[in-house]
Design a protein. Structure first.
Length: 743
């Protein structure tokens, strides 16, 4: 596009279409090109630069075939007849959008935008170049339907504030520093981190229906060669034929308010849908094509009953969890009121530090309404197979889509930074124990120690020891939105409990070889050395080498059984007491008494290996004296003393429990209930472990091989978790049994 940069940097419709064809490597439809061009086009005087732009567009079209030239000339003629050759677009605005849509870090995008608007290429943005950026931001704000009455002076002052040395120009370093920590430049340049449409456009996905359904555009049955299927909007459940999608109205929801004036009463958002419930007004049943459904409260009403209805929406059964769009406003729009209230020092948008990650700005200002505790959801799409993707869509419909985040390569920081200033909220982690640890680690960097939201768990996949301890079950087997609503309602009734987290500090001996990298230095569930870690390491190594052999839960269990059987014969970790020394609270632990050990585990929660309780449960009061009186020398292999036998395990008492594992067989006996516990060794507040040879180790199911070293385990912090009631755990088992019986 060099010819345009030398000739006024404006582009006409011909050049715009040629640019799209060349960039996308296809012949774009003229009506789509015209629609896109109008979003960039502005009324400009016809001068020498525009005529030179037309000449440059002709040069660009030489890359295309003669047929494409004919199509472009025809489109240009139609466009010129309509606009009298007076509409042009700034080339740098178009290139800015192309660059921001590409993959890359915020720093890279800001740097590209800086060089794009630096017309003289002197490495600084002067006042004229900054005004061009402000004009572009205003265009984006208008396109997003923001309230722009007071926006332009705010943007001008904010951009002037990033001139930190007050020399009248903005350098590249100042631009990146301001864009990442002070003002939402990327948002105002048209980039939404969540990729949520805000122009009313539906987000379609292909759906198969189990009962008769109708197209909400043509009112006909949804029937295809593969059964009852059609396109269903993820956000509002508006349903159409594939052929009718292009005719559907852009009447989907808005997820936030475009103006501070719109943050008043929450109103219904009625949408045509396949209704089947009772009418909110007349209480009679609403048939498929006779009514509308409110996307937020899920109420249904006859079309004839809509007239005269109260427009206020109470958000329905999940009002406690839903963050209404009236509570979310772009932070830049409330800047003026904040500056008037607190003075110019408060004019910057709060920044969020992501620790070792790039800091980023807070794009939205959130004001939680009364009687609401919004739920921030993180979902790992890799957990539970395709279950994660299905849950993501259902949660986007049940809640505000801006409350639901996928844990991709960016991690949980985008969601945490958005809710950092929200004092009353809960967090839901959908995934396994690793997903929960990932979110808890990120929360350590984002939230202060005196405030951090409590975390609930929706278990996906297998294992899920932490979820079992919190009564959320070992796996979510629900398949419908009603099953998910039950979980959300139980989160509302849950209680807050405290969970300890422990820090591992590992120092290798100077003369030892380097071992594997430690996967994690924070213990949430357990840390172990020996036989169980050996089995896990062999399984982990084989799965990385031959992933095609580990594509189902049943195969994984069979592989575990094979590795456990071979380990019981090989006994690679026998006589562990000869090579391991443990000090608990400064006192040495005697590992040689009783039966020889093949492993030692440090337990923070009463669940390991997918539900095994190695520490055991507390005996009933009537059996305590009998246990103490009957303890003989043989009992010492299971417990060190009567006091330790009666000690209760608590995941929030700042103590960690130490147990000895005698063999693979003893692990299986505890799992099967044939033995009440493993060998209880100690309960302590800190521990130091010294190993004299290479041992397999694991932290929360992540194994590695470790050379001789010294390991210290100390208390790190306590976090708040949400624990479900026992009744909810029974409901989960009922749901799981139903799912198994159907299978």
């Amino acid at each position: 596009m060099a010819p345009y940069r030398m000739n006024g940097e404006v582009i006409d419709f011909d050049g715009f279409k040629a640019l799209l064809d060349f960039y996308l490597d296809t012949d774009m439809p003229k009506d789509l090109c015209l629609h896109l061009f109008n979003t960039f086009a502005k009324e400009l005087a016809v001068d020498e630069s525009t005529s030179q732009s037309a000449t440059a567009s002709t040069k660009l079209r030489k890359y295309k075939s003669q047929d494409q030239q004919t199509t472009q000339d025809h489109s240009a003629c139609m466009f010129e007849a309509k606009s009298e050759s007076s509409m042009c677009a700034r080339l740098k605005d178009i290139l800015c959008y192309f660059s921001l849509l590409e993959n890359g870090s915020p720093e890279e995008k800001l740097e590209y935008t800086f060089h794009l608007y630096d017309e003289d290429s002197n490495g600084y943005l002067d006042s004229k170049e900054i005004e061009c950026i402000i004009d572009q931001m205003m265009s984006v704000a208008v396109h997003l339907s923001w309230d722009t009455v007071e926006l332009k002076p705010i943007l001008r002052e904010m951009l002037l504030e990033i001139d930190y040395d007050a020399d009248g120009t903005v350098s590249l370093d100042e631009w990146k520093r301001g864009g990442l920590t002070t003002i939402p430049l990327l948002v105002l340049l048209g980039i939404d981190a969540q990729r949520v449409h805000e122009d009313g456009t539906h987000v379609w996905c292909l759906k198969h229906f189990s009962k008769p359904s109708y197209c909400n555009h043509c009112m006909k049955h949804l029937v295809s060669f593969s059964g009852k299927q059609g396109l269903c909007c993820i956000f509002c459940k508006h349903t159409v034929h594939e052929r009718c999608a292009k005719f559907a109205l852009n009447n989907c929801i808005s997820t936030y308010s475009k103006s501070k004036k719109d943050t008043g009463v929450m109103v219904h958002h009625w949408i045509e849908s396949n209704c089947s419930d009772c009418c909110l007004r007349c209480k009679k049943r609403v048939k498929a094509l006779e009514g509308k459904r409110c996307r937020w409260c899920k109420s249904e009403v006859h079309i004839c009953c809509l007239k005269g209805m109260d427009s206020k929406c109470n958000l329905g059964k999940l009002a406690y969890h839903i963050l209404p769009p009236t509570a979310i406003v772009p932070a830049v729009l409330v800047l003026y009121q904040r500056r008037k209230a607190n003075g110019k020092q408060a004019s910057s948008v709060p920044a969020v530090s992501n620790g070792p990650f790039s800091p980023s700005i807070q794009s939205f200002d959130i004001e939680v309404p009364p009687n609401c505790r919004p739920l921030l959801v993180f979902l790992n799409p890799k957990s539970g197979g395709k279950q994660g993707t299905r849950l993501y869509r259902k949660l986007q419909y049940l809640l505000n889509p801006r409350q639901v985040f996928l844990l991709d390569e960016n991690g949980p920081y985008e969601g945490l930074k958005m809710f950092q200033q929200v004092r009353e909220c809960n967090i839901l982690c959908c995934g396994g124990d690793g997903t929960v640890n990932w979110v808890l680690d990120a929360m350590d960097q984002v939230f202060s120690s005196d405030f951090r939201p409590p975390v609930a768990v929706l278990p996906l996949g297998t294992g899920n020891d932490l979820s079992r301890c919190l009564n959320w079950g070992g796996g979510f087997a629900g398949k419908t939105g009603k099953d998910l609503m039950k979980v959300l309602k139980n989160i509302e009734k849950s209680t807050i409990v405290t969970l300890d987290r422990w820090l591992i500090n590992l120092v290798e001996q100077d003369n030892s070889e380097k071992g594997d990298a430690v996967p994690n230095n924070i213990v949430t569930n357990y840390f172990s050395i020996g036989v169980d870690a050996s089995i896990a390491h062999r399984f982990h190594t084989m799965r990385e080498k031959y992933p095609e052999k580990f594509n189902s839960r049943m195969k994984n269990k069979l592989w575990y059984l094979e590795f456990a059987t071979s380990e019981s014969f090989q006994a690679t970790c026998k006589n562990l007491h000869e090579f391991v020394e443990i000090n608990c609270d400064g006192l040495p632990l005697n590992l040689a008494t009783g039966s020889p050990l093949e492993g030692v585990a440090f337990l923070n929660i009463p669940s390991i290996y997918g539900g095994s309780n190695l520490w055991g449960t507390k005996p009933k009061e009537s059996r305590r004296k009998r246990h103490c009186l009957r303890m003989s020398a043989s009992d010492e292999s299971f417990s060190t003393s009567c006091e330790l036998k009666m000690t209760v395990q608590d995941m929030g008492d700042k103590k960690i429990e130490v147990v000895g594992i005698q063999s693979v067989i003893s692990m299986g006996q505890v799992k099967a209930g044939l033995r009440t516990s493993a060998k209880r060794l100690a309960q302590c507040s800190s521990a130091v472990i010294r190993t004299k040879k290479r041992f397999p180790m694991q932290v929360d199911g992540e194994p590695w091989l470790q050379q001789p070293c010294t390991i210290s385990i100390t208390h790190k912090n306590q976090v708040q978790m949400l624990q479900a009631s026992k009744k909810h755990r029974a409901d989960l088992w009922h749901c799981l049994n139903q799912d198994c019986s159907k299978g």
